[in-house]
Design a protein around this ligand. Structure first.
Ligand SMILES: [Zn+2]
Ligand SMILES: [Zn+2]
Length: 187
């Protein structure tokens, strides 16, 4: 029974995290609308997108200079708190699993987003799931109003902001990265 509960709360947390990731990325990181999140908007929409608009991947990350690629993992429990309090009204186990899922989300975001923009051929760089996520994110940089999910690409499908690659997109990726056999690449 406990096992089933854990599986259920993990699935619930993954879905909720997908929607939070989508809405935070779309509404706070890409819109200047809320003054309190001005720095979040500038760091992402201005610094990150501007830097990676022409070249998706460049050299491995230099210390203290990651062009707003990473989230702050230790802030994940704080961001999760308002939702965790609501979930705790029903289940402490659910609240704990949700906070753990948010921490995991931030950790995965940092690792895959770094590999996408600063490739170092990390161990997962040839995994099919990683390449799917990298292609999704490459398309987000090409079409900034699409593909807001980076880690859990579910909300994009439900909220109709998902974009697949067109023939022209694939051609453009080939020009940037060559073929998979020619050299290791994120896409
Ligand atoms: Zn990016
Ligand atoms: Zn973005």
């Amino acid at each position: 029974m406990l096992c089933l509960q854990i599986v259920g709360w993990v699935a619930f947390s993954a879905v909720l995290t997908s929607f939070i990731e989508h809405q935070v990325h779309q509404k706070l990181m890409h819109r200047r609308s809320i003054a309190a999140f001005k720095r979040t908007f500038e760091a992402h929409a201005l610094v990150h997108h501007k830097h990676y608009s022409k070249v998706f991947s460049d050299e491995p990350v230099a210390p203290g200079e990651d062009k707003e690629i990473r989230l702050t993992v230790r802030k994940a429990p704080i961001k999760a708190l308002p939702f965790a309090v609501g979930i705790a009204l029903f289940s402490w186990l659910g609240a704990a699993i949700f906070v753990a899922t948010m921490v995991f989300h931030h950790w995965v975001w940092n690792n895959i987003h770094l590999e996408m923009h600063k490739p170092e051929q990390r161990i997962f760089s040839r995994w099919r799931i990683y390449r799917f996520l990298a292609r999704n994110h490459w398309l987000h940089h090409r079409y900034p109003s699409k593909n807001f999910n980076v880690v859990f690409p579910l909300a994009d499908y439900i909220l109709r902001t998902h974009a697949g690659a067109t023939d022209a997109d694939i051609q453009c990726m080939r020009e940037q990265f060559g073929t998979p056999a020619a050299k290791p690449m994120p896409i």
